[in-house]
Design a protein around this ligand. Structure first.
Ligand code: SAM
Ligand code: SF4
Length: 321
């Protein structure tokens, strides 16, 4: 469906849990007080929501969290969403710790792609950033997804004074592996507000110093706003998601659903429309009406550049990234 600005909205990110096994310092360093399970949408409710969303033109779904793989039965949810008429693609965003364990099941349920968030290849930095010692497991997860030939992207958030010097090592993951590495600019949401931004242009410039002018890769790689470049000798591409320095709101195609069933049409603002009660009352018409309302009223643009206009107070873990 078209939103109020005439943009086609065909992509929905669903957070299936607010819980996580890591404690990323810019996301939920101290954990959060978990939402009681009875407030979280069941898999049947998520599927019912996806059916209504597909009726409105949603074609691609991303399963996210918190950490989606800590919720029992996540691969079966992937299968349930794949069975929804009109849904063409179901993908997953994960920190990768449990990926090796679940990768076969995910593949069997038809997963179309996986994004692994990985900010460092240095075990000490990994511990500093995530509060856990799980780098090896994430790397095993990446190799396992490659073996299963599931399309794979590695998402990197560079942080000043932490992993900013690792851009080359991280980009190099795409050198000998068929995966894309994407640099995501830190957004001023939750603890992300405390970080000084590293502009993606800076990383692109540094890459070009090493490899010469890079050609844009015009192939479609995913659902969103990343701009990709081909690097000579690399198997995969390097992508940049520059929410801050390359505002892409006029192309935004997405809505988000929190684990408690609130529809959120822009990351920047606290506005939400709940569909949980309507789902629990089996009122499919009302679910669709509220979804349509959220899409219709999707803001024209974020205002991340003006602190006072950012009304979203929740952490990224409860929104799904
Ligand atoms: N736990 C999963 C993971 O880490 O991929 C899924 C949820 S996590 C909230 C989704 C993505 O949001 C991760 O790639 C994470 O790096 C990113 N993220 C969290 N806070 C962010 C922020 N303030 N700015 C930019 N990206 C952020
Ligand atoms: Fe967990 Fe993902 Fe947030 Fe890290 S970024 S704390 S892995 S939800």
């Amino acid at each position: 469906m078209l939103d109020g600005q005439g943009r086609t909205i065909d992509y929905m990110r669903i957070s299936i849990t607010d819980r996580c096994n890591l404690r990323c310092r810019y996301c939920m360093p101290n954990g959060i007080s978990w939402v009681p399970m009875e407030q979280i949408l069941t898999y049947e409710e998520i599927k019912a929501l996806a059916i209504e969303a597909a009726e409105l033109g949603i074609r691609k779904i991303k399963v996210t969290g918190g950490e989606p793989l800590v919720r029992k039965g996540c691969p079966s949810l992937v299968g349930m969403l794949k069975s929804v008429p009109g849904v063409e693609q179901v993908t997953l965003t994960t920190n990768g710790v449990y990926l090796e364990e679940y990768v076969e099941e995910l593949k069997d349920h038809g997963l179309d792609g996986v994004n692994v968030s990985l900010d460092t290849l240095n075990p000490r930095h990994f511990y500093d950033i995530t509060g856990r010692d799980d780098l090896k497991k994430v790397l095993n997860g990446i190799e396992a997804a490659l073996r299963e030939q599931i399309p794979l992207k590695v998402n990197v958030v560079l942080q000043k004074g932490q992993n900013e010097d690792e851009w080359m090592n991280l980009a190099s993951l795409a050198k000998e592996r068929k995966l894309d590495v994407r640099f995501i600019e830190m957004m001023p949401i939750g603890y992300g507000r405390n970080y000084e931004l590293i502009p993606n242009e800076e990383i692109l410039r540094k890459l070009e110093v090493c490899y010469g002018p890079l050609k844009k890769d015009m192939q479609v790689h995913g659902n969103g706003p990343a701009v990709y470049y081909q690097v000579p000798g690399y198997e995969g591409s390097i992508g940049f998601i520059s929410a801050m320095h390359g505002k892409f709101c006029q192309y935004c195609n997405r809505i988000r659903v929190t684990s408690t069933g609130e529809i959120k049409s822009c990351l920047c603002y606290e506005d939400r429309i709940s569909v949980r009660d309507a789902l629990r009352a089996n009122d499919t018409e009302e679910v669709r009406r509220r979804l349509a309302l959220a899409i219709q009223n999707k803001p024209a643009a974020h205002k991340f550049e003006i602190q006072e206009l950012i009304t979203e107070q929740k952490e990224m873990s409860s929104i799904g990234g």
